[in-house]
Design a protein around this ligand. Structure first.
Ligand SMILES: [Zn+2]
Length: 103
């Protein structure tokens, strides 16, 4: 995934795919993945996740080890445009906890 693409994903809601304008707030939240998934070689990159039950593909950022303190301890960071989208995404992830598509 090239830098330009990643840049765009940083300003795209992971749930509704709407562009987040620069002067708008970003609602990000962190999540953990199962121990079986090794993401250490993907730090600072986006990965796609398939939500099979929703027929939806979303993108998540793998924070690098030098990331800000408030996202420490999380394996994935999701970027959403609103609290509503953040909540919908959390609910969907709860339903599909085991579904993780590396590519
Ligand atoms: Zn949204």
């Amino acid at each position: 995934m090239n830098n330009k693409h990643s840049d765009r994903l940083l300003h795209t809601c992971a749930w509704c795919a709407q562009e987040i304008l620069e002067d708008e707030d970003i609602f990000g939240f962190g999540a953990k993945v199962s121990q079986a998934v090794d993401l250490s070689d993907k730090e600072g990159q986006f990965v796609s996740l398939n939500l099979a039950l929703q027929d939806k593909t979303i993108f998540a950022l793998i924070p690098s080890s030098s990331s800000a303190a408030d996202i420490e301890g999380y394996d994935l960071i999701f970027i959403t445009c609103s609290e509503g989208c953040a909540q919908s995404l959390k609910d969907a992830l709860d339903l599909e906890r085991d579904v993780f598509d590396e590519e």
